[in-house]
Design a protein around this ligand. Sequence first.
Ligand code: USQ
Length: 394
Amino acid sequence: MKVFIAGIDGYLGWPLAIYLSARGHEVAGADLLLRRQWVAEVGGVSALPIASREERLFAFKEATGVELDFRVGDLTDYDFVKGFFREFQPEVVVHLGQMPSAPYSMIDQAHCVWTQQNNVINNLNILWAIKEAAPAAHLIKLGTMGEYGTPAVDIPEGFFEVEFRGRNDRLPFPRQAGSWYHQSKVHDSHNTHFAAKIWGARATDIMQGVVFGTRIAEMGDDSRLRTRLDFDQCFGTAINRFCCQAVIGHPLSLYGLGKQKRGFLPLADSMQCLGLAIENPPDAGEYRVFNQFENAYSITELACLVKGVAADIGLPVDIKRYDNPRAEMEDHYYNPDRQHLLDLGYQPTRDIKSVIKAMLLDLLDNRERIEEHADALIPDIRWDGGRKRSEVIG
Ligand code: USQ
């Protein structure tokens, strides 16, 4: 199929291009390379060195024999998006091209407004460009499990049956996001659902959990095909941060009680699930929601897992609790469904320990990059808009 990847330079977008090309799909994509700038802005760096766009294109050609159409462009520029769709005529558009960090969106007014403007407008542009230039295309929109928040009831996949005052309906499950960034994804879900209703757009809204991992098999050992791996307080997600902390002997940083539960999945599983969504499109006018994660874990369980695997390879590491810079529930019920992708054939990675071990080994070769930017590991962005470095509390 002809697949357009918005955000093709990112943590997920770049491996997805490699994964899909290996499965015989024709891939094109766009990126404004902003992730590279945001990480530098918050004092971070990719723990694994990544190739420039030009080097990536060269390596991609060598590995696959295919010239990748990867253009630098702004998804908030409608003419750019529509022009590219008109030329490429995608059958599938995978939208990964957004600002993905909760803490970054909480820094101040400017970061909050920019996040919502960028994310909401670029999703609207993609919806309109599909309508005007590639109306049969299937939009796969990356949303987040964080849209649902942490309600005290089970979380269905997007919709639930409600009985109210003697009447019944199937309604969108309430969204209760926990950051301005997660809120931007809620707005996107509403807009995407609306486009399916009024234009007959076909859309899959992926409520993805927290992704971790450094590689997918299709990258082989070519370091130029590697994806980035962030560990700073904004763009590093929990397990990725824990692994980076482990290789430099920094305590693994639990926020607050450490009992927060989330859905997590390895990078390779994220690719597998997106591949399944691509190869099994919805009907015209259908808006479907997939909860995408391998399993739900508490942050403490994951820190213990990383500590155990690190010990197995000779890396002793402590786990410490830091005062929580976020306003979030630290001890809560969490039981989301994830049946739709299993029904399509998703085979979750069961051996999480070996994914963590592979990450630790990749990171060990680059420990000095993490040491040089270790300051970026300690959070200081507060959910009330202030700045204060978190302290160890236990
Ligand atoms: N946490 C720690 N220690 C850390 C980092 C995080 O205890 O060093 C805790 C946080 O307080 C939170 C949980 O771990 O309770 C997850 O935090 P995270 O930074 O790994 O993930 P989050 O901010 O939720 O965002 C990430 C991605 C985002 C995606 C989301 C999926 O950055 O793009 O949408 O995961 S989900 O979490 O399901 O909403």
